[in-house]
Design a protein around this ligand. Sequence first.
Ligand SMILES: [Zn+2]
Length: 278
Amino acid sequence: MLVNSKQILEDAKANGYGVPAPDFFDLDSARCFVEVAEELRRPIILSFAQVHCGMGLLSLEEAAWIGRHFARKTQVPIVLHLDHGTDEAFLKEAIDLGFTSVMLDASMQSFEENVERTGAMVEYAHARGVTVEAEIGHVGTGANYDSYENSDSVYTTVEEAVAFVRQTGVDSLAVSIGTAHGAYKNARQPVLNFQRLHELGKAVPVPLVLHGSSGSGEENLRRCAAEGIAKVNVLTDFFVGAMAEIEKVGPATYLELKAAADAGMKNMLRRCFAIYQP
Ligand SMILES: [Zn+2]
């Protein structure tokens, strides 16, 4: 069943667990993610990133069709989420095509501009029953990660987060506490600021979102989910899981290779559920 993220994330916030938000990038990955959600009878946030349109993986129409198709035929609640939307026209098109949740990422802009753009998107989306995520502070990239002090992330402050939610009416908030997108340089596990997460969880009235979870370490992620993160974005770990299974199986044909990749992605998502929802 297709739903927006409101109830799912508020339940996660209230009960101290995280909901996986895997990015699908083709039909197979979407099917794998939904099958695991059904098998475990848990809600999932099926996400599609705007950047993957640009890479030619799926068009927005194809992603909407795939997401709606699986959501409608399953019993578990499925959120169809647009991840890292950077322009309003694209997000509005996604909403028209049936996405039930969108992220407007203006985290690289000034606080004021982020507030203005997010507030306008919230107004547009809420009128259509769609929930909105935004980001305050900035989650950088793993390729630029040397240490907590030396990275391209801008860490979220409690004051900014509280003011941002109050001024925009946003439904969930991505925060920067030490993770980074993609693989970490030299496979280094990040140092996370749990003190800050704890303060954010207490002060910010809406569910918090963690970006850049891949490669961040199981113990770190377990603590994040237990200590205030309600939505956990994940992509790179599925590539890692698929490749690990392909290497293990040593497929002789293309169809065997696809089957191994699917099995690897499904195993990785089962592991995510086990970590965020112990
Ligand atoms: Zn992200």
